[in-house]
Write a protein that binds this ligand. Structure first.
Ligand code: PMP
Length: 323
């Protein structure tokens, strides 16, 4: 779908996937005015298919657009585009646990103009691709490397928006974590280099020995994850106390060492919910619990996956059956 300041949203098309010819002076290639979403169409246990909280993706997309000085894609247009694509690609939604059709709605500045100002023209596109389980071989715990040098988002920056530039700037930190033998990078805040924020593509949670859980608050520098919000609701359903509060890397190490912290996990659309086993920080590492998958983590993961696959009741009306 195209946008121009004169015509608004127009020229919606569904076509076979093909390259997009672009002038070298297209605005996005220079100033990265681009946002995206990541969501999935899930195969239901009965063979049907469903979207999970697609309205939340549409709202976050609109918020990202606002931050990046882009026009909002109306929620109905966003949802309709996604639904139509899934209907056409329905046979590509894999069967079996962990399989889904990954959906990537995105929008970029398509005006051919090199001045630094918001573009007058945009393209909104949705592409799809089948994906298997994120981690092969079932649940395992991941290892994290703390990024002490690079931060992901400054106060007043774009951390809460899902814009391509956030990921461009986090690649080097992720590569550094991998070079140190870790699976993922974990970022600290940019102001004090102290408060745990998130991974490159997942939010973080901490589980304590009193049965409570906590997660970093949404203060504008982390992405408001839809899985994060779902986990908070499911934890409340389980009668757990959930705190949205800052948690420092030093406290994390101390609590893991004393046993006050029993589990930690990361969550997001791609990997759903994954235990964090080991954290490496400034050449030293600490282990959380047994270093393997946590009990409460696995319970929350199962609760969420069962709702997504239509195997459990859906008390929050999160699942939209498509067929
Ligand atoms: N943080 C970042 C930086 C991400 O890219 C993602 C993935 N969208 C998340 C958190 C998790 O968000 P969600 O649960 O909506 O997938």
């Amino acid at each position: 779908v195209r946008f121009s300041r004169e015509k608004g949203w127009h020229d919606a098309q569904i076509t076979a996937r093909a390259p997009i010819p672009m002038d070298p002076a297209t605005a996005v290639l220079h100033y990265a005015q681009e946002i995206f979403e990541g969501m999935k169409a899930y195969r239901l246990a009965d063979g049907g298919a469903a979207l999970f909280r697609a309205d939340a993706n549409a709202r976050r997309f609109a918020q990202s657009a606002e931050r990046m000085a882009m026009p909002p894609v109306p929620e109905a247009l966003f949802l309709d585009s996604v639904r139509k694509l899934v209907a056409i690609d329905r046979d590509w939604i894999p069967h079996g646990e962990g399989g889904a059709l990954y959906l990537r709605p995105f929008m970029f500045a398509s005006e051919v103009f090199l001045g630094v100002r918001p573009s007058n023209e945009y393209l909104f596109i949705v592409i799809a691709s089948p994906v298997g389980a994120y981690f092969k071989g079932g649940a395992k715990a991941i290892s994290l490397g703390v990024s002490r040098h690079y931060t992901r988002a400054a106060p007043g920056g774009t951390g809460a928006a899902k814009c391509g530039g956030n990921y461009a700037s986090s690649l080097i930190a992720q590569a550094e974590a991998v070079r140190q033998g870790c699976d993922q990078v974990v970022f600290l805040d940019a102001a004090e280099h102290r408060w745990v924020e998130e991974l490159g593509g997942m939010n973080t949670f901490f589980v304590f020995d009193d049965g409570s859980i906590s997660t970093p608050p949404l203060e504008g520098t982390i992405l408001p994850g839809i899985t994060r919000e779902s986990i908070i609701k499911l934890a409340h359903d389980e009668g757990l106390t959930v705190r949205e509060e800052r948690y420092s890397i030093d406290q994390w190490r101390a609590d893991a060492t004393s046993g006050r912290l029993t589990e930690a996990f990361a969550c997001g659309t791609a990997a759903v919910v994954t235990s964090i086993g080991v954290v490496q920080d400034e050449g030293q590492s600490f282990t959380i619990g047994s270093g393997g998958p946590g009990q409460l983590t696995e319970k929350l993961r199962a609760r969420l996956v069962d709702i997504q696959r239509g195997l459990a009741p859906d008390p929050h009306n999160w699942v939209e059956r498509l067929f």
